[in-house]
Design a protein around this ligand. Structure first.
Ligand SMILES: Cc1cc2nc3c(=O)[nH]c(=O)nc-3n(C[C@H](O)[C@H](O)[C@H](O)COP(=O)(O)O)c2cc1C
Length: 509
């Protein structure tokens, strides 16, 4: 059954917070909390395994005076499937399996934005020597970080100088001075492609705008691989069912949501001589990553913000029991993207794809109806050969369609009993492009100049039943024996007597 989507527009971050309050999905923390380590630690412990609340901090040390420019910080907006469902206009209890199906088409839907003359984001305009990004409650999120990170969940807007099409992406950015923000970006990302295009035109700087705090469709689209040439603003419009209202920046032609909380406008330095030290940072892998090194930096030219603005941030990095917003969203969208890649490559029989949230798509499980031996290898090769495999899908596990890919025990059981390494069920694809943030990659192989981003040795675990085995006459021609699970007639007979037996309901029936 396909669930119907009822797109929901919340208006701005405040509308989203109000919706979360009505749904009991948010906790406001009114006790004083220190921006220095404490706030980030609270978020990391509170986010839970997809079951923690959204958090609004409204009493932040050093930023709780009456005249503080910004007094609040919101986070964990999308660190649960129920809130992702709300944002998508789906019932809050929608299963991730359904969200993956929706994710397959949602990034291709479009509703163009509407340009408006002005909006609340222009209520305060700061320029020149008045610019000081530390007037905002920027957390020192983790003790291991290289500095205070102001850009953790901002939609970073740039424009292709040839086509004029904007891109909105999430790229981390650190405070390096009152008006300096070095960021982490790779050439293969759309922002990196814009950098190349501006450089080819001889530019030494590129206009950039960082949108902090708007409806959750902003961070969701910015953090996921919206195809090149499609503006994330069009996709956000489609997700919310209403055009995004945009206003022009003060110091460039870039466009930003009129009801955003804070917009940092600037110019990104393109010349290596202008790079500024950035990193390391507690990264999405759950490890500290991205070495301290010179990176392209934003020279802030203007900040606009609403009255009493709300800072938006996120605690990056997942570990068992503590899943970030990136992990929750990526588990859906990286699964959906992989499924689309497999379809486009013509791999038949795909019935499901899942990237469990704890690792956000580094490992992917593909479920298929096999019709020939080699189908699992075909799937792995399609994923590894696609641009979507750039920093994802290092380990591909393929299972038959009787295995529930959302149940780790089921996948583990299939790996235990259907994998035979001597029969080519484990295949290593060495020295492919990969991800330089991966701590299992040797330091010298994380060289982005040599390898694009980093070097990965990829693995296929083919946990399907081997169709190349001879049919066994003793098993009625089957290749694998029956499992021990009772046949329907026997099971139904005892289930009828279950209450009489006084046992609690079986976990599996
Ligand atoms: C919370 C979060 C933090 C991210 N940090 C970075 C980062 O620092 N650098 C980067 O290149 N990508 C980062 N990403 C991934 C990109 O946002 C993602 O690949 C996105 O597709 C980039 O936009 P693009 O497809 O328009 O290039 C982050 C994603 C999320 C959700």
């Amino acid at each position: 059954m396909t669930l119907k989507r009822e797109p929901a527009a919340f208006g701005d971050l405040r509308g989203w917070i109000a919706a979360l309050k009505s749904a009991g999905e948010i906790r406001e923390i009114t006790a004083e909390v220190d921006w220095n380590i404490e706030l980030g630690t609270i978020m990391r412990l509170a986010q839970g395994a997809g079951d923690g609340p959204a958090l609004l901090f409204s009493n932040i040390k050093d930023y709780n005076r009456r005249d503080s420019r910004c007094r609040k910080l919101f986070g964990c907006g999308l660190s649960s499937y129920s809130r992702v469902s709300m944002m998508m206009g789906m019932p809050a209890n929608t299963h991730p399996r359904e969200l993956v199906k929706l994710g397959r088409t949602v990034l291709n839907e479009r509703l163009p934005p509407k340009i408006v003359p002005t909006g609340p984001v222009k209520q305060n305009i700061i320029t020149g020597t008045d610019i000081d990004i530390e007037q905002f409650p920027v957390p020192f999120w983790n003790r291991v970080d290289g500095g205070r990170y102001i850009l953790t969940y901002a939609g970073i807007v740039t424009r292709d100088p040839v086509t004029g099409i904007p891109n909105v992406g999430i790229y981390r950015g650190m405070v390096a001075g009152p008006d300096v923000i070095p960021i982490l970006m790779w050439r293969a990302q759309h922002i990196g492609q814009h950098v190349t295009a501006w450089q080819q035109q001889g530019a030494k700087e590129m206009p950039i705008a960082c949108v902090i705090g708007w409806e959750e469709a902003l961070g969701f689209c910015a953090g996921q691989p919206v195809p090149k040439g499609i503006s994330e603003y069009d996709v956000m419009g489609a997700i919310r069912g209403q055009p995004v209202e945009l206003v022009k920046c003060e110091t460039s032609d870039l466009m930003v949501p009129a009801t955003a909380e804070i917009v940092i406008e600037g110019m990104l330095g393109l010349e290596p001589s202008s790079y500024v030290m950035e990193g390391p940072f507690a990264e999405f892998t759950g490890y500290v990553a991205g070495d301290r090194a010179p990176k392209p930096a934003i020279r802030v030219t203007c900040i606009t913000h609403r009255d009493d603005p709300i800072m938006r941030g996120c605690i990056e990095g997942s570990l068992p029991g503590s899943y970030s917003e990136n992990a929750i969203c990526s588990s859906i969208m990286r699964s959906a993207t992989a499924w689309n890649v497999l379809d486009r490559a013509g791999v038949p029989g795909i019935t499901g794809v899942w990237c469990p949230p704890v690792q956000a798509g580094i490992n992917v499980v593909v479920q298929m109806q096999q019709s020939y031996r080699g189908q699992a290898k075909q799937a792995a090769n399609a994923l590894w050969g696609s641009s979507a495999g750039h920093v994802r899908y290092k380990h591909v596990t393929v299972v038959d369609d009787d295995i529930d890919i959302h149940d780790y025990a089921a996948v583990d059981w299939a790996i235990a009993h259907r994998v035979n390494a001597g029969e080519n069920d484990i295949v290593i694809m060495p020295a492919t492009f990969g991800m330089g943030l991966d701590p299992s990659t040797r330091r010298r192989d994380r060289n982005a100049i040599l390898f694009g981003t980093g070097k990965w040795n990829r693995v296929l675990i083919d946990a399907t039943m081997n169709l190349d085995y001879d049919p066994d006459p003793d098993l009625g021609g089957a290749r694998f024996p029956p499992t021990v699970w009772p046949v329907d007639a026997d099971r139904n007979a005892v289930l009828k007597r279950w209450s009489e037996l006084g046992l609690s309901p079986p976990k599996r029936s």
